[in-house]
Design a binder for this molecule. Sequence first.
Ligand code: NDP
Length: 259
Amino acid sequence: MDLELKGKLAVITGGSKGIGLGIARTFAREGANVLVNARDSKALEAAARAISDDFGTTAIPVAADVSTAEGCEAIIKAAAAAGGADIFVSNAGTGSNETVADAPDEKWMDFWNLHVMAAVRLSRGLADQMEARGGGAMLMNASICAVQPLWYEPIYNTTKAALLMFGKCLSSEMIKRNIRVNTVNPGLIRTPDWENTARELRGESWEAYLQEVADEHADIRRFGTVEELADFCVFLCSPRASYSVGSAYHVDGGMLKTV
Ligand code: NDP
């Protein structure tokens, strides 16, 4: 299937590793140019260079912290300078670990800024560019935890639930401008982040730990690969998914325990 993405510009936050990098590489594989963002400029530039080398498309690195207004503005300006965005994937994010009783206000605000305000500011700023180019697509990367919480991370669960609702509200507004908005709720996706956590918890038997997590949570009894998720996300952002509007899609190997 031709995803009709050749020559489009896709903006992906958190694009230096893990899921964001997988999504960026998949867009590039389909002939799209990408603007990738993360805070660590060295890792980001290396990732962008590898994308250009491997797929022959343009990969623009923009080192910025999306949890700040200035960071979002830098991305919006860089996308405009490249001719304007056609696609936006709000992906940057991270897990948390706390109890409601102990977590200070600052921690709640930091995660609110990272998971929600980044999506608010970037979608607002990039929408004008997309409209000027005839329309586009936006994808919020929330989490299964937006609807089925894990007990140790109430701040993550709550801010991802807010992102899911934001995507729905944004969709109604944006479709009038020919911009489709959807949300993806991944389950267990094997990223360096998960592997590092497993190593910290279990040392040499870290792979056994990951298997235990998969056995406990996912009916399919394994983690998903970044590529499995990225293929789904890139399809959703492509013109071939033109009737998918304002929906949330679980990519979770059967982890969700409700209908
Ligand atoms: P990783 O930790 O592997 O990658 C996170 C990326 O985001 C990195 O590129 C990181 O780069 C960047 N990033 C983090 N904070 C910021 C910031 N403030 N500004 C700009 N960039 C930032 O995470 P994953 O790939 O595992 O997760 C990606 C997204 O998917 C997250 O939103 C996560 O919640 C979601 N998700 C992941 C699941 C999983 O199982 N892996 C399951 C469900 C959802 P740098 O540190 O240099 O800024």
